[in-house]
Ligand binder design. Structure first.
Ligand code: GLP
Length: 260
């Protein structure tokens, strides 16, 4: 696990976009794992800018969403399918049929979850997975207590997560209670995971993920088992880390040939 402490969202976006650009250079048909939430937004803005400058081509890229609400009608503006189209894929030359997500409106939810796992596998697996971090330590929508080996399945949201996400809806009452999410075992199979977190409200979760024990109570701590995980955070999100100076020192002295 590499922890990179940067001054702010813009620098984080630039480092993450560099990693995506390097991946697409060596693999034009790469598979990206796409996260929603506000944390990845500066990364998507940076990718859009580089696309407009002719530096990036998404025409052969596949995208797999991490998660989706259950019960929103298809096309609902807050369904993650719509959110990712607005925030990212619809602003670059991503083919709409190359953007996949778990089907939260399916009548047979377990079958939809199995189909999503199959689609990820048939697509060749995720090359680079972007991740945000919930204030309770969730990644995707894997709330505390999620099995560290879990696959795509239905989960019930914790009230804090519903409150955190109420700003995107008309009010708390409109936030669904149920979601579909890639499991922690699914996320662990991505070849490179980049988690982004900014702000003091994420400091405790960042501490638990990086320096706490591997434990289902902090689902993001599963990244301690990931062979290639990059944790990109700002100073505020890093404020509870015991070894912050070591992480800064390591990044400052990183061999020039070594990518993220
Ligand atoms: C939601 C998403 C997560 C995201 C989290 C944090 O719960 N399902 O994937 O990481 O929000 O969101 P934000 O980045 O807005 O703090």
């Amino acid at each position: 696990m590499e922890v990179v402490i940067l001054p702010g969202g813009r620098q984080i976006a630039s480092v993450a976009a560099d990693a995506i650009q390097a991946l697409l250079k060596r693999k034009a048909d790469a598979v990206l794992g796409l996260a929603t939430g506000s944390s990845p937004l500066p990364i998507y803005d940076e990718l859009v800018q580089r696309y407009e400058q002719g530096l990036l081509d998404f025409s052969r890229v596949q995208g797999f969403l991490l998660d989706e609400y259950v019960g929103l009608e298809p096309g609902h503006p807050e369904s993650y399918r719509e959110v990712i189209r607005r925030d990212f894929t619809g602003r670059v030359n991503f083919a709409p049929e190359n953007v996949h997500g778990p089907d939260g409106s399916a009548s047979d939810i377990p079958a939809a979850c199995r189909a999503y796992e199959d689609a990820i596998r048939d697509g060749g697996g995720v090359d680079l997975q972007l991740l945000g971090l919930g204030t309770d330590g969730h990644i995707g929508f894997n709330e505390p207590g999620s099995s560290l080996a879990s696959r795509t399945r239905i989960k019930t949201l914790i009230e804090q997560t519903r409150r955190d996400n109420a700003r995107f809806f008309h009010g708390l009452a409109d936030v669904p209670h149920h979601v579909l999410t890639q499991g922690l075992g699914t996320i662990l199979e991505s070849r490179h995971a980049i988690l982004v977190a900014t702000g003091a409200q994420k400091a405790q979760a960042v501490h638990d993920l990086v320096e706490g024990p591997l434990a289902a109570v902090c689902p993001a701590s599963v990244l301690q088992l990931h062979p290639h995980a990059s944790i990109l955070i700002d100073e505020a999100a890093a404020s509870s880390l015991k070894l912050a100076d070591y992480y800064r020192h390591s990044y400052d002295h990183k061999p020039a040939w070594q990518e993220l």
